[in-house]
Design a binder for this molecule. Structure first.
Ligand code: S3P
Length: 459
């Protein structure tokens, strides 16, 4: 049976439903939790490397902890330790000396709600030449896996599944061959799965990425000693070439703050009158910052301070002050750089004046929930004017939100957090049905939001 809900309790003691109510201005500085994408990758690459890697700032959320458990089941040593400053340091060691980095696990690997974890580990396990079964919760079981299984099959992996969904069994024992493949969807999960499988293929895999999407796997593979060649395709995309048979060497990683999680506090500051909030240490990779670009176009008072580099990734502190916003057209080309941020952008758009049109959103239909449907229904129950099509979403903002709705979150953390932010400035409180999934990406969401003055409680 597929399970539902998250195993991890949200810190802050809230279980079940929750309510957000409008209060005074939000103010102060908080840090963002570790970036989820980089956290998954740091564990997977470290587990593939021969010798010990150390990871600081890891996002200790359900999704990432499932990947840590999978790495242990595949034979890596994964331990949480404390550094001299008291902060956690994860020590991860892949097998040394053996021909293959991983061993076939004794049980099915369970990924809970995490699409990133399951898809990346499928690719990596295929590349490591092991057989493994993969499963997830009710939301993950509904999501398409064929987009990863098809390229893996082209490489010679045997993969079994019912209609391209979990549970899936793959067997990477056969000799894998390199492929020439063009990404059909601008998906960093699919791209990463192919690159990780290509590590175990004989020959050079050439992947054509016509629309750029987050490049953390490419950047981090470089830090772990893997050689990749990247060439522009002349039309905004690029070719990535990777030679099979490369073993990873250990590396130390410090995970920057997650721009997708920082977005909730930033959005709250923009819509709650007289607010002034800073989120420190946020990843500013240009393939992740589409939301911030969009908010600025809407008239948001957002400033990037203290810009610096961490592990080859740009990082900054983001300061946001309450702003009078106007609607904008968000072009489809921007979607990959803000794919997880449309729910919170839609809330901000309801507080803006005029129409915000978002295009190129077909992928939102297959996230942790059908996010277009979930946001449309939620906004309607809060009294906002919103319409959708197969791949677009439109919100007509009037500068304020009535609120009063009880929002169905559909096992989706970002729907839950977005509507709690909506309730911080609405005329009536906003309730959500279930907070449990917030722990998949942002376990101390309630604490960090309370630290800037947000009023949220269990109901
Ligand atoms: C992610 C890629 C995106 C994003 C997800 C994290 C990643 O998914 O929505 O939250 O870490 O590679 P897709 O690759 O399916 O677009």
């Amino acid at each position: 049976m597929a399970q539902t809900g998250s195993d991890g309790a949200n810190k802050g003691g809230i279980t079940g439903g929750a309510r957000a109510v409008a209060g005074g201005p939000l103010s102060g500085s908080i840090s963002a939790p570790g970036d989820k994408s980089i956290s998954h990758r740091s564990l997977i690459l470290a587990a593939l490397a021969q010798g010990e890697s150390r990871v600081r700032g890891l996002l200790e959320a359900d999704d990432v902890l499932r990947t840590a458990a999978a790495m242990r089941a595949l034979g890596a040593e994964v331990e949480k330790d404390r550094g001299v400053d008291g902060a956690s340091v994860w020590r991860v060691s892949g097998a040394t000396g053996s021909k293959t980095p991983w061993r076939t696990p004794s049980h099915a690997l369970y990924f809970g709600n995490s699409g990133t974890g399951v898809r990346l580990v499928m690719g990596a396990a295929a590349g490591a030449g092991v057989a493994a079964s993969f499963d997830g919760d009710i939301s993950l079981r509904a999501r398409p896996m064929g987009r990863v299984l098809e390229p893996l099959r082209m490489m010679g992996v045997e993969a079994e599944s019912h209609d391209g969904r979990l549970p899936v069994r793959i067997d990477g024992a056969a000799a894998l061959s390199a492929v020439n493949v063009k990404l059909a969807t601008a998906s960093a999960q699919v791209k990463s799965a192919i690159l990780l499988a290509a590590l175990g293929a004989s020959g050079k895999t050439c992947l054509h990425e016509p629309v750029l999407c987050r490049d953390h796997t490419e950047r981090m593979l470089g830090a772990f000693g893997v050689k990749l060649a990247m060439t522009p395709d002349g039309e905004g995309g690029r070719f990535i070439e990777i030679e099979g048979g490369q073993r990873l060497r250990p590396a130390d990683v410090t995970v920057p703050g997650d721009p997708s999680s920082a977005a909730f506090a930033i959005a709250a500051a923009l819509v709650v009158p007289h607010s002034d909030v800073t989120v420190e240490g946020v990843l500013m990779n240009p393939l992740r910052t589409g939301l911030y670009e969009t908010l600025r176009e809407m008239g948001a008072d957002i400033v990037f301070d203290n810009e610096r580099e961490l592990n080859g990734e740009p990082v900054a502190d983001i300061r946001a002050r309450h702003s009078v916003l106007h609607g904008v057209d968000v072009p489809a080309v921007r979607a990959p750089s803000m794919i997880d941020e449309y729910p919170i952008l839609s809330i901000v758009a309801a507080y803006a004046h005029g129409e915000t049109m978002m295009r190129g959103l077909e992928e939102l239909r297959v996230k942790e929930s059908d996010r277009i449907a979930a946001v449309e229904a939620g906004l309607a129950s809060c009294g906002a004017d919103a319409q959708s099509g197969p791949d677009w979403f439109r919100v007509r903002g009037i500068g304020k939100l009535k609120g009063g709705g009880r929002i169905a979150t559909h096992h989706d953390h970002r729907i839950a957090m977005s509507f709690l932010v909506a309730g911080l400035a609405s005329e009536k409180p906003v309730d959500i049905d279930d907070v449990s999934m917030i722990a998949t990406s942002f376990p101390d969401f309630f604490e960090r939001m309370a630290a800037i003055g947000a009023k949220m409680q269990g109901v």
